[in-house]
Design a protein around this ligand. Structure first.
Ligand code: PGA
Length: 222
């Protein structure tokens, strides 16, 4: 059976104590969430929390992998405020690139995103490349794409599973990607409908990943 991906994107949320609380609740239900053989659970905290989450996950042997929410388009050096791939790789295996919030609020364009993808690959990080539709360009060498229609993000108004499946199929026909995930208002109530779709290999969850009990329900229903 092909591997699926359940990705939690915390965005710009959680302090240290809130992250500890989330992790503590996850470790309480470790047995339940460990029973998901073919599913990779990836948590993308803000940079400030990557070390904390990484240490906790190792110490408690939680079945969780880590992702960063962004990456510098440059290598290490005199680039104030940037976090580079080598630094991220100490804690994470994945990195989100091309999220619509970064495209919208930080004017990230295709040229910049290609640089970010190149830096991620150089550093041994797997990009989770977000597209807003089948027309969104995808840089060469991307394996995992998350289809996240703009109108579905944070609105409580998800795409229909059937349309998401059709878009995922067309993305796979057009590009040599191995997996397409769906993201945008995924909840514990609708996750199984998306996961049931043959072209959809996982979900990217924003708001509903912040509450640990809701996220556990999502894992159970995925
Ligand atoms: P949402 O966000 O689940 O809150 O809609 C998804 C995302 O932006 O990755």
């Amino acid at each position: 059976m092909e591997k699926c991906f359940i990705v939690a994107n915390w965005k710009s949320n959680k302090t240290e104590s809130e992250a500890k609380e989330w992790l503590a609740q996850m470790s309480n239900v470790k047995a339940q969430i460990s029973n998901v053989d073919n599913k990779e659970v990836i948590v993308c905290p803000p940079f400030t929390l990557l070390p904390l989450v990484s240490v906790f996950v190792k110490e408690h042997e939680l079945p969780i992998r880590l992702g960063a929410q962004d990456i510098s388009p440059l290598s290490e050096g005199a680039y104030t405020g940037e976090v580079n791939g080598k630094q991220i790789k100490e804690f994470a295996q994945y990195v989100l690139i091309g999220h619509s919030e970064r495209r919208e609020h930080f004017n990230e364009d295709e040229t910049l995103l290609e640089k970010k993808v190149a830096r991620a690959k150089e550093s041994g990080l797997m990009p989770l490349f977000c597209v807003q539709g089948e027309e969104t360009p995808i840089p060469a060498g991307i394996d995992i794409v998350a289809y996240e229609p703009f109108s579905a993000i944070g609105t409580g108004n998800p795409d229909t599973p059937q349309n998401a499946n059709d878009v995922a199929r067309r993305i796979r026909e057009r590009h040599r990607v191995t997996a397409v995930l769906y993201g945008g208002s995924v909840t514990e109530k609708n996750v199984s409908e998306f996961m049931r779709m043959p072209q959809i290999r996982g979900v990217l969850v924003g708001g509903a990943s912040l509450d640990p009990s809701t996220f556990v329900e999502i894992l159970k229903h995925a």
